[in-house]
Design a protein around this ligand. Structure first.
Ligand code: IMP
Ligand code: MG
Length: 177
């Protein structure tokens, strides 16, 4: 498979579409068993997780719902750094078995924030599923409940993930060369 150039950088294939599809199918198989009769509510995190969420959802064969949230980051006016805001929890998630779907866990900052926010809604349970996980980049005491691939802490694009807006449409996952 050929390298791709996005903006100023060159990327090379790391995980092929076939492998991605297989891992997603395996994850769906476990969820189908574990969540039977629990009517899980999937919460996809936009924008990056939209393809992962769609492909996983198509393999779920138990009663379930899906909705999407977005984490908007904005710089604080104080020196306290970036503040986050979780938007899109429109209908009640109280008493629901929630499965968060994220594209990638890097430092774990976003994941931890999302879980803290969801915990305020008295859900029945919360689990976190991510397509990619960079355990060596993790800065928090957090581990996703499900991850399709553990990767080294290099920058990746494709299958929903972008480099400065581009690359989300690539079917394979590419790593910075
Ligand atoms: P974290 O909060 O550091 O775990 O980072 C989470 C967010 O950073 C992800 O949801 C992505 O949007 C972005 N991100 C982290 N690593 C990568 C990468 O390798 N490629 C593209 N986006 C990334
Ligand atoms: Mg993301």
């Amino acid at each position: 498979m050929q390298d791709v150039k996005i903006h100023d950088k060159v990327f090379t294939v790391m995980i092929e579409a076939k492998q991605i599809n297989e891992r997603i199918k395996t994850l769906a198989d476990s969820i189908n068993v574990e969540y039977k009769d629990k009517k899980p509510l999937f919460l996809g995190v936009l924008n990056g997780a939209f393809l992962f969420a769609a492909d996983l959802f198509k393999e779920i064969n138990i009663e379930c719902e899906i909705s999407f949230v977005k984490v908007s980051s904005y710089s604080g006016t104080e020196s306290s750094g970036a503040l986050k805001n979780l938007i899109g929890i429109s209908h009640s998630i109280k008493d629901r078995h929630v499965i968060v779907l994220e594209d990638i866990v890097d430092t774990g900052d976003t994941a931890r924030y999302i879980i803290e926010e969801l915990k305020r809604h008295e859900t029945a349970s919360i689990k976190f599923a991510t397509l990619l996980f960079k355990p060596k980049a993790l800065k928090h005491n957090f581990k996703p409940d499900y991850s399709c691939f553990e990767i080294d802490p290099a920058f990746v694009v494709g299958f929903g993930l972008d480099y400065d807006g581009l690359g989300r449409n690539l079917n394979d996952i590419y790593v910075l060369k």
